[in-house]
Design a protein around this ligand. Sequence first.
Ligand SMILES: NC(=O)c1ccc[n+]([C@@H]2O[C@H](COP(=O)([O-])OP(=O)(O)OC[C@H]3O[C@@H](n4cnc5c(N)ncnc54)[C@H](O)[C@@H]3O)[C@@H](O)[C@H]2O)c1
Length: 349
Amino acid sequence: MRDLAFYRDKKILITGHSGFKGSWLCTILTLAGADVSGYALESPTMPSLFAQTGLADKIYSIAGDVRNREALLRAVREAEPEIVFHLAAQPLVRLSYREPAETYETNVMGTVNVLEAVRLCPSVRSFVNVTTDKVYENKEWHWGYRENENLCGFDPYSNSKSCSELATYSYRNSFFNDAKVCAVSTARAGNVIGGGDWSKDRIIPDCVRAALAGETIIVRNPCSVRPYQHVLDCLSGYLLLAEKQWADKTLAGNYNFGPDEEDCVTTGAIVDLFCDAWGGGLGWTTEGPGVQPYESTFLKLDCSKAKKELNWKPRWNIRQAIEKTVEFSKLKTDAERADCVERQIKEYW
Ligand SMILES: NC(=O)c1ccc[n+]([C@@H]2O[C@H](COP(=O)([O-])OP(=O)(O)OC[C@H]3O[C@@H](n4cnc5c(N)ncnc54)[C@H](O)[C@@H]3O)[C@@H](O)[C@H]2O)c1
């Protein structure tokens, strides 16, 4: 954990700490010796990685809604964080088709409320707003999107995250330009996989559920290409960004964090890797096209900026990412799962 020495004794606030990425991030930061608080609604899934890893006893966890500005301001003032990671969101494309207004409320006004809390809390020196690879206007081309390309997600989830980017842009220009105030960035990561994601309508959780039930996996869009990466690769990007912009505010901006080119594969290829790693003759089938709400076919990120400016690079390829996920998903007890998360973090760093 040498690379995380910067975080020792730092006061960190994470919104969305009770979710999948938030639980991994809390665990990394507690292992690094940080003083961690979280602000979020209850874990969105049952089971949840947050409960399975016993995080409620390891961090200061505040139950709250990012749409409630007053409660959020109070929580941030009390925590007096030096670094804030904003992860709280309605993060599912298909749910956003069913609940578009709620998705915008959480992802857009929720972000504005977090920006407002950061603006009004002078202890914060570094802020990272976590958006997504889906913020770009998707041109269905084969090249990776760069940070300076047009922001205009298609579906309500993706579009709400494009709006979250725009709100952050405005706050940065309007309130955070002075070199002495907080450094503000956005982080656009690819599709994340790893142990403990129990969300609906995501391919790896769908694979795990089918494998545990001894059923055939159903794959909705086997030909779509996505930048799949292990959750630790994406979180290492957020952590490096928050650290580097703390020391040099000119680095604040927008950053893509995705896998290398050879790891941008089709969903079908990912599921093949999962079936191989799981063993036992696990297989998959597909639902016919035409019954699904629109999702883009090609999506890749160009991560040259993060590599050049932050010296970040992915460490685990897609096969390793799947193997680590399978390792976790076969465990039977929460004690084993908590150990596994810590072991994988120590292996990674
Ligand atoms: N998982 C991925 O593949 C992926 C890819 C790109 C970007 N992201 C982004 O990363 C972030 C975390 O995603 P995740 O996969 O951990 O999601 P998750 O659903 O596991 O966790 C979401 C978190 O947000 C909290 N939350 C939701 N609505 C809230 C509200 N109104 N007020 C307060 N808290 C609220 C939940 O309680 C939970 O803690 C999100 O911003 C998501 O858009 C995720």
